[in-house]
Design a protein around this ligand. Structure first.
Ligand SMILES: *Cc1c(COP(=O)(O)O)cnc(C)c1O
Length: 371
């Protein structure tokens, strides 16, 4: 077995860089509820991301739930089964009905035509995911939503900093949500944010994230607690100083992988669109078993034996989980492309500390796995 290659490493500031913030927090004697670090992180993120309103939260699932709540969505929500489970769980926790629509073969993002096919009189919203940071078909989703008067929420957990034609994609839809989990391009250990152009929705959500409390004596509504504390806000501020370097380092990893893997029969890579600036968060490949001569799971096992950690992101498919598989739209015959993605995808190690040598050894191991 060669040198171990890990799937990811979290972005972290040096301890020396972080310690002064701890002194400041101890000095302030203020740990949460609109603290200095919290408010600074909100301001800096708005300007870094190019969005008018951004509300920090404790993770990336609560903003999805809060968006559905604040937009007063009832009934059915059309969504993709090809995502992290949190996406569909957020719909379920709001007491709503997820309706699965299939994804595009090329990108793995929800297919607008299949959204349109899934609309019923009960449909009130679309919850789409910019999977691996690739923008969904935003124009067509906007068009469908306006013709059928549906709300649009983008789970943009993978799309931190992603731009199309120089503009942030986080301003699309009624609401976009981010996750700042340790595994994401930008992290606060656990954390997330809700983004909306609509300042009224922003005010509603600001109130909702602190129990609905208006003042010492007034509570406007039954809200929730999703406030981010000062410690994690300080981590976010420190990490934000390094996020551009991180994205640049990841971009180099992508270029190296693409050079190594482009001509291997049976390995498919994601398409590149030149109007998009990516964050290079993931490097998914798809194994075509017939052309590659090995199944995805065989490749996964062989790389693991060599000390290379990869992930079957996203497997199992959400619609195949026992508590969702009974939904009529969860049937595999309705979701052929999503099932194919889930059975063929493998995310390769991809992070800002991955060396050129690591990329070569992963690529070599893939070449050796081929039959
Ligand atoms: C990470 C992730 C989430 C959940 O974010 P948490 O911060 O872990 O709650 C939701 N959707 C997608 C697509 C994700 O990758």
């Amino acid at each position: 077995m060669g040198k171990k290659v890990s799937l990811l490493k979290p972005l972290l500031p040096s301890l020396d860089e972080f310690i002064p913030s701890l002194h400041e927090i101890w000095g302030n004697q203020w740990l949460t509820n609109d603290g200095d670090f919290h408010n600074r992180l909100e301001e800096e993120l708005k300007s870094f991301l190019g969005v008018p309103n951004l509300l920090l939260m404790t993770n990336g699932t609560l903003p999805i739930m809060t968006a559905l709540h604040a937009l007063k969505v009832r009934g059915e929500v059309i969504t993709t089964p090809y995502s992290f489970v949190g996406t569909t769980h957020a719909i379920t926790w709001q007491g709503l009905k997820p309706v699965f629509a299939d994804v595009e073969a090329t990108t793995g993002c929800i297919d607008p035509q299949r959204i349109e096919d899934a609309i019923t009189p009960q449909t009130e919203a679309i919850l789409a995911v910019h999977i691996y940071g690739q923008p969904c078909d935003i124009e067509n989703i906007r068009d469908i939503a306006s013709r059928h008067e549906l709300k649009v929420i983008y789970d943009a957990a993978h799309a931190f900093g992603v731009k199309k034609d120089g503009k942030s994609i986080l301003n699309e839809g009624d609401v976009s949500t981010l996750s700042f989990h340790a595994t994401k391009v930008f992290n606060t250990a656990e954390g997330g944010a809700l983004i909306t152009k609509d300042s009224e929705i922003c005010d509603i959500v600001r109130n909702l994230r602190n129990f609905g409390i208006e003042s010492e004596t007034e509570v406007a509504c039954p809200g929730i607690n999703s406030k981010m504390d000062e410690l994690r806000s300080a981590l976010g501020l420190a990490n934000l100083r390094h996020v551009e370097e991180t994205i640049a380092a990841r971009s180099e990893v992508h270029t190296l992988y693409r050079n190594q893997l482009a001509d291997i029969e049976g390995i498919d890579l994601l398409p590149i669109y030149h109007d998009i600036s990516y964050n290079y968060g993931y490097f998914p490949i798809r194994i075509n078993e017939i052309l590659f001569g090995r199944s995805r799971d065989e490749v996964y096992d062989e790389l693991k034996e060599k000390g290379i950690t990869t992930r079957r992101y996203f497997y199992p498919l959400i619609s195949n989980l026992p508590f969702y598989s009974g939904i009529p739209s969860a049937d595999a015959s309705n979701l052929p492309e999503a099932n194919r993605w889930s059975e063929t995808v493998l995310c390769l190690p991809c992070h800002h500390l991955l060396s050129e040598e690591d990329v070569y050894s992963v690529s070599e191991a893939l070449k050796e796995a081929k039959r």
